[in-house]
Design a protein around this ligand. Structure first.
Ligand code: GDP
Ligand code: MG
Ligand code: K
Length: 297
């Protein structure tokens, strides 16, 4: 006799770079959340969907929770806040190879205000000795009550299945929200833009900060079955545009090549990627620009 199908939403929170996107990718097995060694790569709420015969877990990958500094920061915090209340469960991800810091405490204080059960997920245990984990658990437990505590490695997959299994166990009976072959509810357009933005951040390092957005202008299927994607990279200053284009167009070519490969893998189709660069001063403080680049509620 089989039990009722279970389903629910899990919000993944944690300060930037603790490995939230890596964990999501490890579970879902597709590159849908964007990884980068830089902070705040994930701006929008990205849902990964995990389905088995037993049930379905819909993951909400939140942007790093932090004090807002401008219009964009404010948007990001509102997104994270609403995710906390919508969720049936929260996974609070922390870094095993760093002591609890101000960024973690800021989140702990916000989590204390939510009714939703919180799992403490201590990630990157592959970087520390086993005996270092216990004192860390004690330290976090002294701050607040956690429903469960899981030391894991999102990179190696260590203990990730146990985390998922326990989460699934504790979900209530519910509908299957999405078809089982669906791994994200975001339009491919958004994922493509994020893949391009990821390459810009990876390749330009410090020179082009977070003042970069990517807009997919058009997607068309060509006669030869190739997908023609036109996209615009939006920056705030002409100097940043020059960096992105690079000497003789070398940088934009590299960005395009890398992004195209990821997009082809995502869509299972040959892609012709055409990239443009546009300067728009201080777009992060303009509500209208924020909206047209997809950062709206
Ligand atoms: P996010 O900002 O929380 O989404 O963090 P990311 O998923 O982008 O990861 C930030 C960095 O930590 C990346 O360089 C990851 O490769 C790395 N990382 C994530 N999880 C692990 C892990 O379990 N072990 C190790 N060694 N590195 C990890
Ligand atoms: Mg992330
Ligand atoms: K990141």
């Amino acid at each position: 006799m089989s039990e009722a199908f279970k389903s629910g939403f899990v919000a993944i929170v944690g300060r930037p770079n603790v490995g939230k996107s890596t964990l999501l990718n490890q579970m879902i097995g597709e590159k849908i959340a964007i990884m980068s060694p830089k902070a705040q790569t994930t701006r929008n709420k990205i849902q990964g969907i995990y389905t088995t015969d037993e049930g379905q877990i819909v993951f909400i990958d939140t942007p790093g929770i932090h004090k807002p500094q401008n219009g964009l920061g404010d948007f990001m915090m509102k997104t994270a806040n609403s995710a906390l209340h919508e969720a049936d469960m929260i996974w609070f991800v922390v870094n095993a190879d760093e002591p609890r810091g101000g960024g973690d405490d800021y989140i702990i204080n916000r989590l204390k205000d939510v009714e939703t059960p919180v799992y403490l997920v201590i990630n990157k245990v592959d970087l520390v000795q086993p005996q270092e984990v216990l004192p860390m658990i004690a330290d976090y437990q002294a701050q607040m009550d956690f429903a469960e505590i899981f030391p894991i490695s999102a990179r190696t997959g260590d203990n990730v299945q146990a985390l998922i299994d326990t989460t699934m166990d504790q979900m209530e009976a519910g509908p299957q929200y999405y078809p089982e072959d669906q791994i994200t509810d975001h339009p491919e357009r958004f994922i493509m833009a994020e893949l391009i933005r990821e390459k810009v951040l990876q390749l330009t390092r410090q020179e082009v900060p977070h003042s970069v957005a990517v807009v997919i202008d058009s997607i068309a299927r060509e006669a030869n079955e190739k997908l023609h994607v036109q996209a615009t990279i939006v920056v705030e200053r002409p100097s940043q545009k020059n960096i992105i284009i690079g000497k003789g167009g070398s940088m934009i070519k590299e960005i395009g090549t890398r992004a195209r490969k990821d997009i082809e893998r995502l869509l299972g189709s040959k892609v012709y990627l055409e990239l443009w660069v546009k300067v728009e001063d201080r777009w992060r403080d303009k509500p209208q620009a924020l909206q047209s680049y997809g950062y709206k509620e």
